[in-house]
Design a protein around this ligand. Structure first.
Ligand code: G6P
Length: 612
């Protein structure tokens, strides 16, 4: 949440920062702002998206080779010009951008007010910049020292960058529980929430650790230390990220591009991890701790949002194929529940961004309690990937649309591989079934391609139901999490109320909502619960709902009962989510486009939720 970017070097800072903010806009888009040092600090900030800021900045002098920029997802204080970052110190000398929450801001604010500080905004961030100013003034400290002293008083999460009008040759950054990446170019340095604003200029980055600070200087040098003033030797990573991966590449929206990328991204998630002809699966990330994972008393999945839905599919996969008991937890609940976690448990976090604050905190707690912690993450170098004992990247490439699509199918692909790897070694699946699943998994990308070919039909169905106010998604077994995910996609991007339910549970409540205006989307591909799903559809039809079914190719019974149907190719039952979710992603997408919604940046949401 919130994106920050900063530049110091020989180039003009403003265009680099604006372009960087556009790349980071997925992190929040309530307001945006920049501060550039020309011959003094010039600050421009505006409610709304970065394009609004650009319009506002056109009239200002934004010439200069040092600057900071911010795109906000509001926590403290409503989204308006005044609460937008950067925030200034009382004397106007310091400008600060911040991602995170200063939890003790009220106490600090009171103390500062007693010292005569006056505040303009409602934010926690403004308190921090005043606190730095107070230290700078009172103890005559350098910017870096004043930041260090101030941060020692702060409780909460932050990644920040500060600039000082009196010292325009340095920027100071720091992080705790919110990400900050240093980019090292030729005679230029960058700081940003992730590498996307940096990659155009350099692929050399350093991921700052918690409670570390960095000073970056105009001559291209930098120094990292921790809050206790100990100098840290950085590890420089070389990123393998291509600029075109961050573009829409001809698609109208990132979300559509990402839906269409799935045949490739699923393949990438499998690359080097299985060979059906030779009959093996090997998930590298598990090998070091394989017996500990295989003999785990219990596996606990912790995740949020779409990743939580993947985890639910994981529960079915691990229990069926590897016969290991699984619990699926919302990370936010797990962390505050004083959970019972032992050292023979394995806690697996799923996270596209690898930065979700609740997931990160749940993992830290599990680690403290002695469990092995494993990360299934997309963003390379992200916080979760760095705190876990071991893990697997899903290799889906940058996901920019706020509503997650390709990460879901890649997470499930990796979970399937893990379950197969464990099940085969444990002997909990037969050789024959193992081989069938391997071939079926290898065939999934082509089958996804086939589902995508039905786009026009799905668009037509979308046009038929685009004006409804409510909708219900039903599924059983492996497709129950898909029902949840389909409903989440629709509500996230089209703002239509949607509920996902286990098909049989419908009778215990949601059936009361059904009438002739209610579309009920039934994922009816399950071989094992086929007859039961038919009964559920009968119950829905009897209440005159509009039935939209996702069925297996060639299926006739449900087709005849449905107002609309979408066919998916046949596959092994545990793999159906990889196919059945695709039409639901497209359906939500088209409905949102037809309702003129902002598909890639839906209201109030952010892609990377780095605050609680
Ligand atoms: C936000 C995003 C969702 C995402 C969830 C978890 O709510 O909008 O798309 O599923 O966070 O994010 P993670 O990065 O941990 O998978």
């Amino acid at each position: 949440m919130c994106g920050i970017v900063a530049y110091i070097g020989k180039k003009q800072a403003y265009p680099i920062i604006i372009e960087g903010l556009k790349r980071l806009e997925y992190r929040g888009y309530d307001s945006a702002g920049v501060s550039i040092f020309s011959d003094k600090l010039v600050v421009v900030k505006k409610k709304g998206k970065v394009s609004k800021l650009e319009n506002a900045a056109a009239a200002a002098n934004t010439t200069g080779t040092i600057g900071i920029g911010h795109t906000r997802w509001a926590t403290h204080g409503e989204p308006n010009d005044k609460n937008a970052h950067p925030h200034l110190s009382g004397n106007g000398r310091l400008a600060l951008i911040h991602n995170g929450i200063i939890e003790n801001y009220a106490t600090l604010k009171k103390a500062l007010q007693n010292l005569g500080h006056e505040f303009i905004s409602d934010t926690d961030t403004e308190v921090l910049v005043h606190l730095i100013e107070e230290y700078q003034k009172r103890e005559n400290l350098s910017l870096s020292e004043a930041v260090r002293k101030a941060l020692q008083k702060v409780v909460g999460a932050y990644s920040i960058v500060v600039m000082d009008e009196n010292d325009p040759d340095v920027l100071v950054g720091a992080r705790k529980s919110s990400p900050l990446v240093l980019g090292i170019g030729d005679d230029e340095l960058f700081l940003a929430s992730d590498a996307t604003p940096i990659i155009k200029y350099t692929n050399k980055v350093v991921y700052l650790n918690d409670e570390e600070m960095v000073s970056i200087y105009r001559d291209g040098t930098y120094e990292i230390k921790n809050l206790h003033n100990e100098i840290k030797v950085p590890t420089i990573h070389e990123l393998d990220l291509k600029l075109e991966e961050l573009e829409k590449e001809g698609f109208e929206h990132y979300m559509l591009k990402e839906i269409y990328q799935q045949p490739t991204t699923i393949k990438e998630s499998m690359r080097g991890r299985l060979n059906a002809d030779e009959g093996w699966v090997l998930v590298g990330g598990m090998q070091q701790y394989f017996s500990r994972i295989m003999n785990a008393k219990r596996i606990i999945f912790a995740a949020c949002g779409t990743s939580w839905h993947s985890a639910l599919v994981g529960e079915y996969l691990f229990e069926e194929l590897a016969r290991i008991p699984v619990e699926v937890e919302y990370a936010s609940e797990l962390r505050y529940r004083n959970p019972i976690i032992h050292d023979d448990d394995v806690v697996i976090a799923l996270s596209q961004s690898g930065e979700t604050a609740d997931t990160l905190a749940a993992l830290e707690l599990a680690k403290e309690k002695g469990a092995l912690i494993y990360g299934i993450v997309n963003v390379v170098g992200s916080s979760i990937s760095r705190i876990t004992h071991c893990g697997s990247y899903i290799h889906a490439g940058p996901e920019i649309g706020v509503a997650s699509t390709k990460a879901f199918t890649s997470q499930i692909t990796v979970l399937t591989l893990m379950a197969l790897n464990l099940g085969y070694k444990k002997g909990t699946i037969t050789e024959d079934y193992f081989r069938r699943l391997l071939f079926a998994l290898e065939a999934i990308p082509d089958k996804v391609e086939k589902v995508l070919k039905q786009n026009e039909k799905i668009k037509y169905i979308a046009s038929e139901i685009k004006n409804v106010n409510n909708s219900l998604y039903l599924g059983r077994g492996y497709n129950f999490p898909v029902a949840l995910e389909g409903a989440l996609k629709l509500k996230e991007i089209s703002y239509i109320h949607a509920e996902g339910y286990p098909a049989a549970e419908m009778k215990h409540g949601p059936i009361a909502l059904i009438d002739e205006n209610m579309p009920v989307i039934v994922i009816a591909t399950n071989q094992s619960a086929y007859e039961k799903v038919i009964s559920n559809i009968q119950e829905v039809k009897a209440r005159k709902a509009i039935v939209i079914s996702v069925i297996t190719e060639g299926e006739e019974k449900i087709k005849a009962m449905s107002d609309y149907f979408i066919e998916i190719p046949e596959t092994e039952e545990p793999l159906t989510p990889l196919l059945s979710v695709i039409p639901l992603q497209l359906l939500a997408y088209h409905i949102a486009v037809m309702r003129n919604c902002d598909v890639d940046q839906p209201r109030n949401l952010a892609k990377s939720v780095t605050v609680e």
